[in-house]
Design a protein around this ligand. Structure first.
Ligand SMILES: Nc1ncnc2c1ncn2[C@@H]1O[C@H](COP(=O)(O)OP(=O)(O)O)[C@@H](O)[C@H]1O
Ligand SMILES: [Mg+2]
Length: 314
């Protein structure tokens, strides 16, 4: 079960905005996605409440009486929104479950310094340092008339941190979020500029979200382009073919045979599955389309061992 977490210590850096967009994008790819909000401010929950049920479904997280986040049955993909100030044990716990972390960074020196500290802490965690949990950054709220985007790219390069591109500062995001929408719910002509900015981010995430498909893809040339993706034709080519070709094998190696099955149960979605609720929430479609076949589910024994998924901090 692919898990993408959006992490940055700084409040207001755009975590909830990114998380909501990633979740909706997953839903529009036909995945049964849950947006888990481990932030006490619960911005994502507020946004979800505003969302029109007729739109592609994003399931809310489910909490039980012990305040443990549970993944409802039928969910195939998880996006985690996290609070500002996440560090130490709480950060490590998120990393333990995440296949990828995206860090939104605004352009000021304070934002960069804070993000650099967060990056250093993340790189000290074996799952991140080894590449099993991938890490990348996105420039947030960037004024295209300034050099802010380039400054952030240089900063990111200096840290050897993949830089996926920038999202511009625009009220389109603010207005969408107020209505329970994302720009992926707009028509391409309503948000062409912003959708184009998402293209490299989506390119980076796609093999993570479709690991089985990616591993089985014969070649980039024959790989089908997801039909539901609303990015306009003007989308820039972002990755050389060699890099695209390399992606499936990288992912295929993300769970080396030598580490299975013990490590898999430690670091991957098996644990999330272990908390599957007994009933499917009404909002989750019964038959998700394009749903990839998934790795094995956790055994009942594992379920018993794992009572601590993202227990929220006091
Ligand atoms: N690209 C953007 N352009 C304009 N406003 C944005 C953009 N991204 C986020 N915002 C606004 O910035 C504020 C903080 O974003 P949010 O996602 O809540 O950050 P965080 O979750 O890190 O605290 C929100 O009011 C949001 O609407
Ligand atoms: Mg938030």
């Amino acid at each position: 079960m692919p898990v993408i977490a959006v992490v940055n210590r700084k409040g207001g850096s755009g975590k909830s905005t990114l998380a909501a967009h990633i979740a909706v994008w997953c839903a529009r790819q036909g995945h049964s996605v849950m947006l888990g909000d481990v932030d006490r401010q619960q911005s994502s929950r507020t946004w979800l409440k505003r969302r029109d049920p007729a739109l592609p479904t994003v399931a809310p997280w489910a909490m039980d009486q012990k305040n443990v986040l549970r993944v409802p049955t039928g969910i195939t993909h998880v996006v985690l929104d996290t609070p500002g100030g996440l560090h130490g044990f709480e950060l490590a716990r998120v990393v333990m479950f995440a296949d990828a972390i995206i860090m939104p960074v605004c352009h000021s020196v304070f934002d960069r310094d804070s993000a650099a500290a967060c990056h250093a802490e993340l790189m000290a965690l074996p799952r991140v340092a080894s590449g099993r949990c991938r890490l990348a950054t996105v420039g947030m709220r960037i004024d295209g008339r300034t050099s802010a985007g380039q400054v952030l790219r240089d900063w990111s390069d200096g840290l050897k941190l993949p830089f996926l591109g920038v999202l511009r500062e625009t009220q389109v995001y603010v207005r969408c979020l107020e209505r329970g929408l994302t720009i992926f719910d707009l028509t391409p002509s309503q948000a062409a500029t912003d959708l184009a900015q998402w293209a490299p981010i989506l390119d980076w995430m796609t093999p993570l979200l479709n690991p089985v498909q990616a591993a089985n893809d014969p070649s980039p040339a024959t790989r089908a382009v997801p039909v539901t993706r609303p990015v306009p034709a003007a989308r820039p080519a972002t990755r050389p073919a060699a890099q695209v070709a390399a992606a499936p094998s990288r992912l295929g190696n993300s769970r080396p045979a030598s580490l299975m099955p013990a490590q898999e149960s430690l670091v991957h979605g098996g644990r999330l599955s272990a908390f599957a609720a007994s009933t499917r929430p009404a909002s989750v479609p019964a038959q998700p389309v394009n749903r990839p076949s998934l790795p094995r589910a956790a055994s009942p024994a594992e379920s018993q061992q794992i009572p601590q998924f993202l227990k929220r901090g006091a």
